[in-house]
Design a protein around this ligand. Structure first.
Ligand code: NIG
Ligand code: FE
Length: 389
């Protein structure tokens, strides 16, 4: 395999505390990174850089770890642009549109679903996302959930079984029966293709008792736990996530003091999804409150056709800084190292020897520009597993 030297880096964000200038991002100036066999082999000052087969000139710009998008719903068909337009004209978001996407997804063949995932995954990659989690949740039959996860697993090892997204129409008023299906045959069919299990724990979706039952059998079957929690209103989702030692509680928009304290006292990452508040015109989660309490915060896109149809981590970083009280450094950390924590990974979201060579090169002198220049395509080059994309 060809080795690469990424050289002439003006600002290298390592996410290694105590490195270089110290601080959260472990910034080094005038640096170079050697990439061999898909991994980072060396980092150091440009002037001491070892030889490599090829040189990539960062042109004095910033280089960051690839973004880790730890929350995305990419296996679906159709879109819901009309629902978005109605919301922008004053309709509230309730999650009811999920059933529209379920119908379109069930009617689609495998190739259509696969092409849609590929389109969104490459869109995300061009914007610097090198690790992405993909959920099922728009199939909601045994066969459709299994195939959603089979297709997702073609693109990422971070696959999540979300059979408990909503109760599908054929189980209307029979939520107990649907939960039985999810916990039994659906979980058995999903298990070979999934690493995680998730539940939308919310009014109108699944209550805490149902969510606990589903997550517990999933955990017993060897899946890691994540929870859609406290998105549309206060609820028990966050407390449940902490109780079950979930890797992540996602959304965290409506939190009580006890919720914040529970997250701060746990290993459960609070994954904030500002694209959802943007696209549903809702109040943003208070990242400042979580950070000040000592919770670990991640940022992710929640990419899906209903509540957040963006694949852009730079857009989420900009929103988090402008709307959620995060500093640019905190937001960049949350979109890289934070996402890695939310997926319990230590080989991504960081630039250190031995980590995966996932690098983002910016046409900007520092990471600050991700929030300072919102909407501008600053990502000029992406290395994924050591290979230029
Ligand atoms: O994370 N909250 C539940 N699920 C998605 C929305 C799905 C949809 O509206 O299609 C979310 O926001
Ligand atoms: Fe989601």
């Amino acid at each position: 395999m060809v080795s690469f030297l990424v050289d002439n880096i003006g600002e290298l964000v390592t996410n290694l505390p105590g490195t270089g200038e110290g601080g959260l991002l472990g910034i080094r100036r005038k640096a170079a990174v050697l990439v061999e066999e898909g991994d980072i082999a060396w980092i150091g000052p440009s002037r001491y850089a070892p030889a490599a087969d090829r040189r990539i000139d960062a042109q004095g710009g910033a280089v960051l770890p690839g973004f880790v998008d730890s929350h995305a719903h990419l296996v679906f068909a159709g879109d819901r642009a009309a629902e978005f337009a109605a919301r922008m004209a004053g309709e509230p978001y309730t999650g009811g549109g999920i059933r529209t996407t379920v119908a379109a997804t069930r009617a689609a063949d495998d190739d259509l679903l696969r092409d849609n995932v590929e389109r969104l995954r490459s869109e995300a990659l061009r914007q610097g996302t090198t690790t992405i989690e993909i959920k099922s949740g728009y199939g909601l039959t045994v066969a459709d959930e299994a195939r959603s996860l089979r297709i997702a697993a073609e693109f990422t090892p971070e696959t999540t079984f979300l059979g408990a997204h909503v109760v599908p129409p054929e189980y209307a008023n029979r939520a107990d029966d649907y939960v039985g299906l999810v916990c039994g045959p659906m979980l058995r069919a999903a298990r070979p293709h999934a690493r995680w299990i998730d539940v939308f724990c919310e009014k109108g979706a699944f209550d805490a008792d149902h969510a606990r039952a589903i997550l517990t059998v999933g955990k017993d079957a060897g899946l890691g736990v994540r929870v859609h929690a406290n998105q549309l209103g206060p609820g028990e989702g966050v407390q449940l996530a902490v109780e079950l030692e979930a890797a992540s509680a996602d959304h965290c928009t409506h939190l009580s003091r006890a919720d914040v304290d529970a997250l701060a006292g746990s290993r459960t990452v609070a994954t904030l999804l500002p694209g959802a508040e943007f696209s549903t015109r809702s109040p943003y989660p208070d990242a400042r409150r979580l950070l000040d309490a000592g919770a670990t915060v991640a940022l992710a896109t929640d990419c899906n056709p209903g509540s957040s149809y963006t694949s852009s981590m730079p857009f989420c970083v900009a929103l988090a800084v402008r709307e959620m009280g995060m500093t640019p450094a905190e937001a960049v950390w949350a979109a890289t190292a934070g996402g890695a924590r939310a997926l319990r990974r230590d080989d991504v979201g960081v630039i250190r020897p031995g980590a995966r060579a996932d690098l983002v090169l910016l046409d900007a002198p520092t990471h600050l520009h991700l929030a300072y220049r919102p909407g501008v395509p600053l990502v000029t080059k992406v290395l994924h597993n050591g290979a230029p994309q």
